[in-house]
Design a protein around this ligand. Structure first.
Ligand code: ZN
Length: 402
């Protein structure tokens, strides 16, 4: 008897706790839940921060978005939250700025990214990202969930031993992921600059202590070395052989390609970047070449369905809040299936972040990170720009005009 009443009491407490959390229901015309399925006329029930039910059919609801399409909150796995233009319009580079100014630019970028329908970002990265991550997580500053690499590892970090110590320190400092520069900047040719020993040191040490690794790498040589070192993901990629595509598929390496919006942003704002570091005429010519190489390579890559393509934009100054544009380039110019593009920016991106059980799906038990857009992105991917509703963790940040 005692056992039974203990169980009854426990379930009563659980029910009471659930009942105390606010519940709301949202009717949508279409739900793309992140798995690849599409359902019409769905009611999503949210209690507290979680999705608790997804039902079909009529019934009263708190919100009626019958004209909208709902998706899980979008995920951008590669942004630079603190990158910005200064008041004079130029890209912020090495000029002095107070930490307060930097963090306020970061907060602005976080806000406009959330309003664009991105409820999670991975910032790769700067030390200030950690403060942004923690400020947003406190719940009052509107922004996406933030994961960050803090400081990156480069060929100059040192010997394999130096690199292993650096990785351990990143873990102590609270990094969510390790960002590695295996190749030089595309504006300097994008050649492999790390030794196999260095790459193996970082990716193995990170794996040992439970940190993911994402590697800036270009070209057949750079990608082959990265994949063979056992690193988790490739950033950029850009141009590589069919053998590399096979290798990524076989190893399950995540690929975060940047084919359209990154280049478009640099060319649109060329006068704001030119003259700084490697933002030279030669650098821009190399980016123009990378843009055409990237499309050709992307088309070859999506032909292999086993390559785990995720979604990231490498959003720098000028690109924040326009994070969905790359989806349009992917589908319109890259030939990616729109549903696959959406999966890459929801459930597959979540999986790459180690959050497959938490975000990326509109399904009971998941965090209530939900967006709704006017239109059908399967019919016209450009409707992804029309974000009318944004909820993160059950909190509404954007709502359609009444
Ligand atoms: Zn980047």
């Amino acid at each position: 008897m005692k056992t039974v009443s203990t169980i009854a009491l426990a379930s009563l407490i659980a029910i009471t706790a659930l009942a105390q959390e606010p519940t709301l229901t949202i009717r949508v015309g279409q739900l793309l839940d992140g798995t690849g399925s599409s359902r019409k006329n769905v009611i999503v029930t949210v209690t507290g921060s979680r999705i608790v039910r997804v039902d079909e059919g009529p019934g009263p609801t708190t919100y009626d978005f019958s004209g909208l399409t709902m998706l899980p909150g979008l995920i951008d796995t590669h942004v630079h939250l603190t990158a910005h233009f200064d008041n004079d319009g130029r890209n912020h580079s090495d000029r002095n700025e107070s930490p307060a100014q930097t963090i306020l630019y970061g907060a602005e970028n976080a806000y406009i990214t959330l309003m664009a329908g991105f409820t999670t970002v991975q910032s790769l990265g700067s030390l200030q990202d950690r403060d942004l991550r923690e400020a947003i997580a406190r719940g009052n500053l509107p922004g996406p969930r933030v994961l960050t690499s803090l400081s990156p590892i480069t060929a100059n970090t040192g010997t394999p031993d130096d690199i292993r110590s650096f990785v351990q320190q990143l873990a102590v400092d609270g990094a969510d992921v390790v960002k590695v520069f295996a190749s030089s900047s595309i504006r300097e040719g994008g050649r492999l600059v790390m030794s196999d020993e260095q790459l193996r040191a970082v990716c193995r040490e990170a794996h040992e202590i439970g940190l993911r690794t994402v590697v800036h790498a270009y070209g057949t040589e750079g990608l082959t070395a990265t994949i063979e070192a056992g690193c988790n993901g490739i950033e950029h990629g850009n141009s590589y052989s069919d053998a590399v595509i096979e290798l990524m598929a076989a190893q399950g390496t995540y690929l975060d390609p940047h084919i359209g919006s990154l280049w478009a942003n640099y060319f649109e704002y060329k006068d704001r970047f030119i003259g700084q570091g490697n933002y030279t005429e030669e650098g821009f010519a190399l980016m123009e070449q990378a843009r055409s190489d990237g499309y050709e390579t992307f088309k070859r890559t999506i032909a292999n369905k086993n390559v785990k393509i995720i979604y990231g934009t490498d959003a720098v100054a000028g690109a924040h809040g326009r994070n969905a544009e790359e989806l349009i380039y992917r589908v319109r110019d890259g030939g990616q299936d729109p549903m696959d593009a959406i999966i890459s920016a929801t459930s597959r991106a979540a999986e790459s972040l180690g959050l497959a059980d938490v975000i990326g799906l509109a399904r009971p038990g998941y965090e209530a990170d939900l967006i709704a857009i006017a239109g059908d992105p399967l019919a016209d991917i450009a409707t992804i720009r029309n974000v009318q509703f944004v909820m993160k963790g059950g909190v509404i940040y954007k709502h359609p005009a009444p």
